[in-house]
Design a protein around this ligand. Structure first.
Ligand code: FE
Ligand code: FE
Ligand code: MG
Length: 165
């Protein structure tokens, strides 16, 4: 990273890299959970759910890209093996073994709620100390808030629809 860019990080750069690598692992697992969920999901409103899951899968991969770029900018290395994703992850991975829309939506809401908490925590730790990371994390967290809202909207629609039958 540029010398002045590093000087303005008023905290342990290794600590920031550590937090970002855990978030990086979360993003890849979230990407795969959405991507595979979109492939296997079954049940009412399937088409609307698939469209949302695919959009979120793309967003999570974009987040992984943003986080990786910042890790490299700080002089770190994004984790180099998928085996490390599960070990480092904050939010883990829920396999879409029950492919019903209701279950898939519930699992992904849980993932988004975890992601929001993780990024809120990184925002607090980097507040006034690493403004570039802080700003990036704010952008990602805003997407996660939108993801949660989208999924809870689908969950409500689904409940209304099932009630009417
Ligand atoms: Fe994300
Ligand atoms: Fe998300
Ligand atoms: Mg969406």
């Amino acid at each position: 990273m540029g010398t002045r860019g590093r000087e303005i990080v008023d905290m342990d750069v290794k600590e920031v890299i550590g937090l970002l690598n855990k978030a990086f692992a979360d993003e890849w697992l979230a990407h795969y959970q959405y991507w595979l969920g979109a492939k296997v999901v079954k049940g009412p409103m399937k088409d609307a759910v698939i469209a949302e899951l695919l959009q979120h899968a793309a967003d999570e991969m974009r987040h992984a890209d943003m986080v990786a770029n910042r890790i490299i900018q700080l002089g770190g290395t994004p984790v180099t093996t998928p085996a490390q994703w599960l070990k480092l992850s904050n939010c883990g991975y829920d396999a879409p073994d029950d492919a019903h829309v209701k279950t898939i939506i519930e699992q992904n809401i849980k993932g988004e709620q975890c992601a929001i908490s993780v990024y809120k925590n990184i925002m607090e730790i980097t507040d006034r100390k690493d403004p570039v990371t802080n700003n990036m994390v704010l952008q990602i967290m805003s997407d996660e808030v939108e993801h949660e809202e989208d999924l809870q909207g689908l969950q409500e629609d689904l409940a209304v629809m099932l009630q009417g039958t």
